[in-house]
Design a protein around this ligand. Structure first.
Ligand code: CO
Length: 189
């Protein structure tokens, strides 16, 4: 505690000492570099946040977003994805809470009519991981996220009006072999 207080007062002295100087005194160096690191970190945060919102076009309206977690056990934490019809755009966020790399335990979310799922999955298996295991130009696919690995996150925005009344929809992972454990129902509410 004494050491701590001594450090504080030393820092305070150093700060007040360099108050009238243009350049920082050598004694103030540790405190000054710490302050620089802190300000750099806080300056980065708004920049990162604005970059993220840029890619998402606009912030989703209240209740127009859902987060689905996936893991190293080849599981989504939801069996049902509820999409609100009243939303102009609905954002689906996919998080991978595991540690395994994309090549071994990659996950994505692909949405199609339930009847099209098997075809999308088998055609997707012929695409590469770089193509997110989705066949290029597959018109059966309503929306899909990119493929991610452990500790990564991605999102996709869907237009709820693209879902036809009376049709059954599914969401699933098209990484080869994952569909069996990684699929669920899309419910328009
Ligand atoms: Co997967």
């Amino acid at each position: 505690m004494k050491t701590y207080l001594a450090l504080i007062s030393a820092a305070a002295l150093a700060l007040s000492a360099c108050g009238g100087q243009e350049t920082a005194a050598p004694a103030a160096q540790p405190a000054a570099s710490e302050a620089t690191a802190a300000s750099v970190a806080s300056a980065d945060a708004p920049a990162a946040a604005s970059a993220a919102s840029d890619s998402a076009a606009a912030a989703p309206a209240e209740g127009c977003e859902v987060v689905v977690n996936s893991d190293d056990q080849m599981k989504f934490d939801k069996q049902e994805l509820e999409i609100k019809k009243s939303c102009k755009e609905f954002k689906i966020v996919l998080k991978h809470t595991g540690k395994m790399p994309k090549a071994a335990m990659g996950h994505n979310i692909v949405i199609s009519k339930a009847e099209d799922a098997q075809g999308v999955v088998s055609d997707g298996a012929g695409a590469t991981a770089e193509k997110n295991f989705v066949k290029e130009g597959d018109t059966r696919v309503i929306a899909y996220t990119k493929l991610i690995g452990g500790s990564e996150e991605t999102s996709v925005t869907v237009d709820p009006s693209k879902f036809a009344e009376g049709s059954q929809y599914e969401f699933y992972c098209t990484f080869p072999g994952h569909y069996g454990l990684m699929h669920g129902t899309v419910k328009l509410i």
